[in-house]
Design a protein around this ligand. Structure first.
Ligand code: ADP
Ligand code: GLC
Length: 489
């Protein structure tokens, strides 16, 4: 057999979030995990992020960041790229105070989305493309020029476009779709200001329903397109999931692939928890964690204790809970919720807690440490998403023996083996799936959760299988390495 030569190279990963520096969702987990996951295969990945207000402190003297590139005037101010290390990542930080030194989140301030988001993230993409095209000099004059630019979501969508339209300097490009619901819309009049070619403003290129979509720009210009699960890659070519971009993806299907996300199995490890640690063969810590979680949430649940840790938005299907829960609660189940998001969804969750005191309890907010205690102490984790490109919480659940109850969409279907009679007989089931994402199907899934939980032998087997499932980065990292290598050949 011919052995594949070890290749490797350099990758510039361009995104709006990365753990541990800035996070609003799973995108940050993935961007933050990729560099370490890819290093063993010989890939040197640097992450480029905007220097939001909370990150500008890193640029202060003494932290080792140095300026490697400058653009005098971009959308009304200067943009400078600094190279350095922080949070275990090799970084390029884009400092453009007129665009990023603001009070608020990465995408919105107190009054909603920033009106100049297209310009803000065009600046990120423009400078990333320059770094990719020209290369930079790091400390001691060491040259660094990427072989591949890896753009994530709409915020980096213009980076492949700038390479395609202004010259690539030999750098290949790939864009990963983490969530097609966010498309980066912009009015057509920004075309010139964003330095995009007027000749490309037609339906087969940059134009999107009369305007621009920064994501579409990336999808039509990148050499390769990936998304975060194989199932979502197929779903995206259908209108109900492609959300307007299905035709663009179908037209490029030859270069579209799905690579499942992994999870960080050191951070998400029941064995490594400071309090009530446990393992698949010694579960007494889990029983204690469950008791502690009930106490913390003021719950007293005779049947399965389900947890839900999520952004509270339409995507996540949490609005189905009021109608789907009565049956579950009556059958002995209970629910602990941690989430934040749409005001209406938050209020709806709080009303569930008021309706079933002692059986449903809700914390509104974002709390990483609490989320650990919930995966630790829960019996099941609910993910009733309408669509889910990959999803991470079902994988945390698997790792903690907290059985996932998930809608069979996107990456949820790719990561959970449903407890069908056949899978139970074969001893491979890891969770409960339902479809479609509606009240009836969720009600039935929750009924099944009560029944499986009551059957101690089957439940123990499910939990063992779940905890034995491989969800780390190793497999996905080699898929990305193969993708990059394929682009260089
Ligand atoms: P998405 O990126 O669509 O929100 P994912 O499942 O990929 O969905 O990732 C969500 C990430 O954010 C997970 O790491 C999850 O644990 C975390 N998370 C979501 N909401 C909260 C919260 N309220 N508190 C703590 N962590 C949260
Ligand atoms: C998006 C998706 C989620 C996915 C994450 C990381 O936020 O909604 O399903 O896990 O990106 O790829």
């Amino acid at each position: 057999m011919k052995r594949k030569p070890q290749m490797g190279g350099r990758v510039l990963s361009v995104a709006s979030e990365a753990v541990p520096l800035v996070k609003t969702g799973g995108l940050a987990d993935v961007v933050g995990a990729l560099p370490e996951a890819l290093a063993p295969a010989g890939w040197d990945m640097r992450v480029m992020l905007p220097a939001y207000r909370a990150l500008r402190g890193l640029l202060a003297k003494g932290n080792g960041f140095r300026e490697v590139m400058r653009e005098e005037a971009l959308f009304g101010g200067e943009a400078r790229v600094f190279a350095g290390e922080a949070g275990g990542l090799s970084l390029f930080l884009l400092d453009a105070p007129h665009l990023f030194d603001r009070e608020g989140g990465p995408y919105h301030g107190p009054g909603g989305d920033w009106g100049d988001n297209p310009q803000r993230f065009a600046t990120l993409s423009f400078m990333a493309a320059r770094v990719a095209r020209e290369g930079v000099h790091l400390a001691r004059g060491k040259a660094w020029k990427p072989d591949v630019l890896h753009a994530h979501d709409w915020q980096a969508g213009l980076a492949p476009a700038y390479l395609a339209y202004h010259g690539s300097g030999g750098c290949a490009s790939v864009i990963t779709v983490h969530n097609i619901a966010f498309q980066g819309h912009a009015p057509a009049r920004l075309l010139g200001e964003l330095r995009l070619p007027a000749a490309e403003f037609h339906a087969d290129a940059l134009e999107y329903y009369g305007g621009l979509s920064l994501l579409k720009a990336g999808l039509i210009t990148a050499d390769r397109i990936t998304t975060v699960s194989p199932n979502y890659a197929a779903e995206l070519m259908r209108p109900e999931f492609g959300l307007g971009l299905q035709g663009v993806l179908a037209a490029r299907s030859a270069v579209v692939s799905g690579i499942l996300n992994g999870i960080d199995t050191e951070i998400w490890s029941p064995e490594a928890e400071a309090v009530n640690a446990y393992s698949a063969t010694s579960l007494s810590g889990k029983a204690k964690a469950r008791a502690a979680l009930q106490a913390e949430f003021g719950l007293s649940v005779p049947g399965p204790l389900a947890v839900l840790v999520s952004r509270l938005t339409d995507q996540k299907g949490v609005d189905l809970l009021p109608a789907a829960l009565p049956d579950f609660i009556e059958g002995g189940g209970g629910l602990a919720v941690l989430g934040s998001g749409d005001a209406e969804a938050e209020a709806q969750m709080l009303s569930l807690a008021a309706r079933w005191p002692g059986r449903v309890s809700v914390r509104i907010g974002y709390d990483e440490a609490l989320s650990h205690r919930m995966f630790q102490g829960g019996d099941a984790v609910l993910v009733p998403s309408r669509f889910e490109p990959c999803g991470l919480t079902q994988m945390y659940g698997l790792r903690y023996g907290t059985i996932p109850v998930v809608a069979a969409v996107g990456g949820l279907a790719d990561t959970v083996i449903p407890a069908s009679p056949a899978a139970l007989n074969a001893g491979v089931a890891t969770g409960i799936t339902f479809w479609p994402t509606d009240v009836l199907a969720l009600t039935q899934a929750l009924r099944r959760l009560n029944a499986l939980y009551a059957d101690q032998k089957t439940w123990a087997q499910l939990r063992r299988n779940a905890m034995g499932q491989e969800n780390g980065w190793a497999g996905s990292a080699s898929a990305y390495a193969a993708l990059y290598e394929g682009m260089l050949r």
